[in-house]
Design a protein around this ligand. Sequence first.
Ligand code: GLP
Length: 261
Amino acid sequence: MEVIIQTNKEAAAALVARIIAHDLRANPHLVLGLATGSTMERVYRQLVMMHKEQHLDFSLCSTFNLDEYVGLFPSDPNSYRHYMEQHLFQLVNIDPRNTHLPNGMAEDLDGECRRYEALIQRFGGIDLQLVGLGRAGHIGFNEPLSALRSRTRVKALTPTTIKQNATFFGGEEKMPRRAITMGVGTIIEARRCILLATGDSKAAVLAKAVEGPITSMVTASALQLHPRCTVVVDEEAAVQLTEKDYYRWIFANEPEWQDYR
Ligand code: GLP
């Protein structure tokens, strides 16, 4: 795991967008794993800007999102499909047929989870998976006690997650209680993972995820098992990390990061 600390939220999101753009230019057929949440909005704004100003081309790439609420139509303003359409898909030249999210309205939810896993395999697996960090320490909707080898399945959301996301729904009672999410095992099979976490509300859980023990109580900690995981944070989210100087030295000195400094 590598940790890159940027001065603020914008700089952190811009760095993540540049990593994605770099990988997409190197491989136009990139299979990109996407995440939702307010943190990612800045990344998508940057990517849209790069598409408009630097001709960043999405026409050949495919996408798989981490998760989707159960019981929401794709057109529902709170569905993750709708989020992706608004923040990225309709603003760049991606082929809509190449954009994938689990179908939270499927009659057979378990069958839908199996279909989603099989589809990822058919596309050759995910090249670059973008991951956010929930306040419950989750990645995707892998709530505490999610098996670290879990695959795509339906998960019940914790009170912490319901509280965190209820603002978008105008109240906790209006929020779905379940979601389809890629499993922890699915996520860490991606060839590259990038975790983006910003703001002081993420500081405590980020320190657990990065420097704490690997535990299903904080599913983001499973990223420590990943051979190529980059964690991008801002100063606010980094305050509780103990090895900050080491992380800063690596980013400032390692040749891999030369073009990103
Ligand atoms: C939701 C998503 C997660 C995401 C989290 C972070 O719970 N299912 O994948 O990591 O939001 O949200 P935010 O960026 O708004 O803090």
